[in-house]
Ligand binder design. Sequence first.
Ligand code: ZN
Length: 416
Amino acid sequence: MYFEFQLSVKHNFLPMHILRGLLIFFLFIGSFWQGAIAQIPEKLSAGEIQLTLKKLNVVGSALYLAAHPDDENQMVIGYLSQELLMNTGYLALTRGDGGQNLVGPEIRELLGVMRTEELIQARKVDGSHQFFTRAIDFGYSKTTDETLKLWNKDKILSDVVWVIRKFRPDVIITRFPPDDRAGHGHHSTSAVLAAEAFELAGDPNSYPEQLQYVKPWQPTRLMLNDTEWFTKDIAAESKKNDSILAVNVGEYNPLLGKSVNEIAAESRSKHQSQGFGSTGSRGQNMEYFRLVKGSMPRKSLFDGIDTTWNRVEGGKAFGQMIRKAYENFQPENPSAIVPVLMQISEALKDVKDDYWQRVKREELNHVIAACMGAVPGNTHRYQCAGQAKRRRGNRARHCRVCLGSRRYHHPECRSN
Ligand SMILES: [Zn+2]
């Protein structure tokens, strides 16, 4: 993989041997990079770095599940990922290739490719992960039975079980109910498969061929993201029905300078082929969660689930190290925390949980890069320097990129 990065450590206090170690570290993480930037926004601000440091100390996971790209509730995903700071994913059973395209001539497979990319872009905005199954979007379906027959139920169910075992969500949330209220056979089927997979993922006798790669995993609860579409007067209903949890997800995040509503609007606007686009808002936004399986939470979606490092063997001391790093973080000098983060990186090797080690390794690498000011893929500086050198004979003062924007981006051009 071709990989370039630019170091701009502002403060000159790091000794050479540490810098050399960091460079080796970067060559090492080069191979991880593509995966990391596919899911997490790059070039973090100080506020975003602080939030990522905070997230390192949250050890919980949630999976949102529906049928198509654009079915997902970006408000709930944004809340889980950016407010609760959970490791969050969206499982779209299909890639939406049976849908419409409002921006171009591509349909069927090519539309599926476009919508896959739209989902990946949406997940970059809300900082979560994207999953699919092998289900084909064959267009509108009237019933669950028809959909299951055309999809090959066992194959798609095994894919859902696989994602649950691999991603290990504590909480699974479906967009749709398993009946006609869902309005589309694919939608109702997504809820039916979620409920069956919830029961099977923890059972070593189901799909045992997967167990050479993943372990059985039992999520704590399965909930339906209920709305007025499915339950009349859901707000009033939630007050008298003990199996419905009402949550205000419209929180404002001062570190991001955005509300969850605004993050969701940005994420939703990535579905360009569907003509979506909104500006977002601020203020309270209620969402409702109806218990389908597992234990009923009383106050929050993660009630009764330990989402600290205490849940992992050898994790307690590690959590304390991260808390200390978070408390000592200096927003105006992010690189000052790098030596501590390198110690944390070493300590992560002793955490005895492969899954959390992998998840947190990716977050940690990303935050270290951000604190160092490493900018992946910043090739402009090199192109610019090369062009300026070539054109110097013609008395060009700067490269085409800087000339085009009528300002000097960097010293190479300025000095020519
Ligand atoms: Zn849909």
